[in-house]
Design a protein around this ligand. Structure first.
Ligand SMILES: *[C@@H]1O[C@H](CO)[C@@H](O)[C@H](O)[C@H]1NC(C)=O
Length: 273
């Protein structure tokens, strides 16, 4: 066993470099007898003050270092800004927690057999998909697009969310092909669906939503039943729509879009798809 006692016995107070506060009462009395009181106590006071200041500075520096270190660790854990993509619509981003309810039997306006109410709902989602984007924003995003030939100028673009929604709508319409008569040849349609399904796969993988899906037991079902309510970190849709509305192009028909050699893109006689 390692005891502290022998050390105490061998301890010679005259060798001590300890500050006054660490000395025992006897030792300090002895010290007082042997010292000139006025000068030494003054010096000790100054020394004490310096030691206090040094301690405060030391702990402040340690605190700042630890704080910086911990925020760096937190940044690494999220990495939210890594590979950020510039978009002028970034000002419309507002995160919020949303519970997505996806019950099997539901009669939301986007679901069920085709009907005018459903078509109107989908049209609302895609209403502001054709956007006018300024040159500076395209440059910041390191990309280019086709110019718009009208007084306001700018370039044609859309947001990726509108393109992916368009794909979902395309697949929905193909599922109800009896109701939606697609005038395009079947081969072209299949190509379009393949494109859409593969795009959706890549976008879903890209976003990699890590929200937990959980299960529960049902009285009359032997297998785990997936919970039909999931919480997600979402971007506020209304804010995105407000931004898009401010930038949207009501019509692409006419000279606003002209191919350099083939002329006006939309002449108003295009078949609907
Ligand atoms: C911009 O785009 C070009 C061509 O696509 C690419 O070579 C370049 O690395 C990009 N620059 C930046 C900063 O991403």
């Amino acid at each position: 066993m390692y005891s502290a006692r022998p050390l105490m016995k061998d301890h010679d107070p005259t060798d001590s470099t300890d500050t006054e506060s660490l000395l025992t009462v006897e030792q300090s009395q002895e010290k007082l007898l042997h010292s000139v009181p006025s000068n030494t106590s003054k010096r000790n006071k100054v020394l004490k003050t310096y030691l206090h200041i040094a301690a405060i500075v030391f702990y402040s520096v340690i605190t700042v270092i630890l704080y910086t270190w911990s925020t760096r660790i937190n940044e690494k854990q999220c990495g939210c800004d890594n590979a950020a993509i510039y978009s002028p619509a970034r000002t419309a981003i507002e995160y919020e927690k949303q519970t997505i309810v996806h019950n099997l039997a539901d009669n939301g306006k986007y679901r069920g057999p085709p009907r005018p109410e459903q078509d109107a709902a989908w049209e609302d989602l895609l209403r502001y998909n054709n956007l006018r984007i300024q040159k500076e924003d395209l440059e910041k995003a390191n990309t280019t697009s086709v110019p718009l030939n009208d007084d306001q100028g700018g370039y044609l673009a859309t947001l990726d969310v509108f393109h992916t929604l368009h794909c979902v709508n395309k697949i929905r319409k193909s599922y109800y092909s009896d109701y939606y008569h697609d005038p395009n040849p079947l081969v072209d349609q299949q190509e379009h669906f393949d494109h859409c399904i593969d795009l959706l796969r890549q976008v879903i993988m890209c976003h990699g939503d890590i929200s937990l899906h959980t299960y529960e037991w049902k009285d009359d079902y032997r297998w785990p039943w997936p919970s039909m309510r999931t919480e997600h970190q979402c971007r506020n849709w209304d804010k995105l729509m407000v931004w898009s509305k401010e930038h949207y192009l009501p019509s692409l028909t006419g000279p606003i879009l002209s191919h350099p050699s083939l002329g006006i893109s939309f002449r108003g006689d295009e078949p609907h798809s």
